[in-house]
Design a protein around this ligand. Sequence first.
Ligand code: ADP
Length: 160
Amino acid sequence: MKVAVYPGTFDPITNGHLDIIRRAVSIFDRVVVGVAADNYKETLFSLEERVDLVRTVTRDIAGVTVKSFSGLLVDFARREEAVAIVRGLRAVSDFEYEFQMSIMNKKLASDLETVFLMTTTEYSFLSSSVIRQVASLGGCIHGLVPPEVERALLQRHDFF
Ligand code: ADP
């Protein structure tokens, strides 16, 4: 049984994330989506809200479980008995940070591989921060996030 963890902030989950999750479960037997509790970003949605949204929109994808985690990613991956960390890559701008993190994680846990999945063209411009920004200004985000996320954003920005 090959398990992978897919960590992120998911503030909120987008169709770009979902695409990576769907492709990851076609490679691994099980994918544990790890919603990061503590990072250095101020989030729009609370940890509970982010976990709930990821759970809701992945409920029909077999082989996916959703958990929150805090502390080191490699410790979370070990607890889940994962053989790999999955990350998505968009533009060149993602590369430097991801490269650095994967080398560091390899130092911390040499038996753990980081697997990068390239974004799908239609989502290559998509990020949670762009979604938050556009939604807060009243722009249309239809088709870029699952309907449940669209609703959550509409409620958050009640001037819509
Ligand atoms: P983090 O704060 O850890 O970067 P994110 O929730 O922003 O968490 O992203 C989680 C992972 O998903 C990262 O590897 C990121 O590069 C990837 N990702 C985000 N958006 C997309 C997208 N549109 N296509 C492919 N991968 C993506």
